[in-house]
Design a protein around this ligand. Structure first.
Ligand code: 1GP
Length: 243
C-alpha cells in the first residue's frame, strides 16, 4: 500500500510526485512526458486538476501502459473519479469553509470508492495565499489562508490531524506564483506527525530542495513539467540527494 510506504519514508527520505492534468496534454505530449517519467521515476503519479474535460480513465490507462508506478487520483471534482487508479488522495479542503469540499462530495463518492476497493488516503488539503488567486480557490469557492497567518495555518494542519486525516497537503494551488514559504512548511511540520506534502508553484530544483529541507516529506510538481518535461531529471536528483 502506498500510504505505508510514505509513512516508512517519512523523516528518513524524501518522495517526489508528478501531477498529470489530463487537459494539459495531447496524446503526443503525454507520451513524451511519460517516457521521461520512465527514465527518471518519481515515487508515484497523481492524476487530476481543477477543470478536467478529458477522460481521466484514458489518461490513467496510458500512464499504466508506460510505468508501473502507483497512480492515484487527485480529483478536483466528482467527475474525475474512475476505477482505473490504484488509489485516491481523498481531499478534504480544510483551509476552506465550503461544506461540499469538506464532506459533501465525499458522501456522494463514498459508495463508488468503496466498490472499487482502491486505496484511500484521507488528506487534509490546505490552500495558503502565495500570490494571485488560483483556479482551485475560484472553483472550490473557498478562500486561501492569508499570507503571514502562520498560526492559523499551523492550527488548521493540527486540526486536520486531530480529525484523523492521514496526510496534510499544503500549497498555493497549481500554477501558484510562488511556492509556499519555508517558514510555514517548517512550522507546520513541527506541529504534526502525519506526512507533509507540499506542491504548487515549484518550478526549479532549488525550490524543491528548499521545500524538502524546510520539512516537506513529499514534493509535487505539475506545471513545470508541462512546460519542459526533461526538467524532471533535476527534481529526481534533488530528491535522491536527500535519500
Ligand atoms: C497542484 O501541487 C500541484 O495541486 C502541483 O502544482 O502545477 O504548480 O506544480 P504545480
Amino acid at each position: 500500500m502506498l500510504y505505508s510506504k510514505i509513512v516508512a519514508a517519512q523523516n528518513k527520505s524524501k518522495m517526489l510526485v508528478v501531477l498529470i492534468d489530463p487537459d494539459k496534454h495531447d496524446n503526443t505530449s503525454l507520451l513524451a512526458t511519460l517516457e521521461i517519467v520512465r527514465q527518471f521515476p518519481p515515487d508515484f503519479i497523481l492524476v487530476g486538476g481543477s477543470l478536467v474535460s478529458k477522460s481521466v480513465n484514458a489518461t490513467i490507462e496510458k500512464v499504466k501502459s508506460i510505468t508501473k508506478l502507483p497512480v492515484f487520483l487527485f480529483p478536483g471534482n466528482l467527475l474525475q473519479l474512475c476505477d482505473q487508479a490504484d488509489g485516491i488522495m481523498l481531499l478534504s479542503l480544510i483551509s476552506g469553509r465550503n461544506p461540499e469540499y469538506l464532506i459533501g462530495n465525499h458522501v456522494l463518492a463514498a459508495p463508488f470508492l468503496k466498490s472499487t476497493g482502491m486505496e484511500i488516503i484521507p488528506t487534509g488539503y490546505m490552500l495558503v495565499e502565495t500570490g494571485s488567486k488560483t483556479a482551485v480557490e475560484y472553483i472550490s469557492n473557498t478562500t486561501a489562508i492569508p499570507a503571514g497567518k502562520t498560526d492559523i495555518a499551523v492550527s488548521t494542519a493540527m486540526a486536520g490531524e486531530m480529525l484523523g486525516l492521514k496526510m496534510i497537503y499544503l500549497e498555493g494551488g497549481s500554477g501558484a506564483d510562488t511556492p509556499v514559504n519555508r517558514t510555514l512548511i517548517t512550522e507546520i511540520k513541527k506541529h504534526i506527525s502525519v506526512p507533509l506534502v507540499v506542491g504548487g508553484g515549484i518550478r526549479t530544483a532549488i525550490q524543491a530542495k528548499d521545500a524538502y529541507s524546510a520539512g516537506a516529506d513529499v514534493v509535487v510538481i505539475g506545471n513545470v513539467l508541462e512546460e519542459n518535461a526533461s526538467l524532471l531529471k533535476n527534481f529526481v536528483e534533488i530528491r535522491d540527494s536527500f535519500n
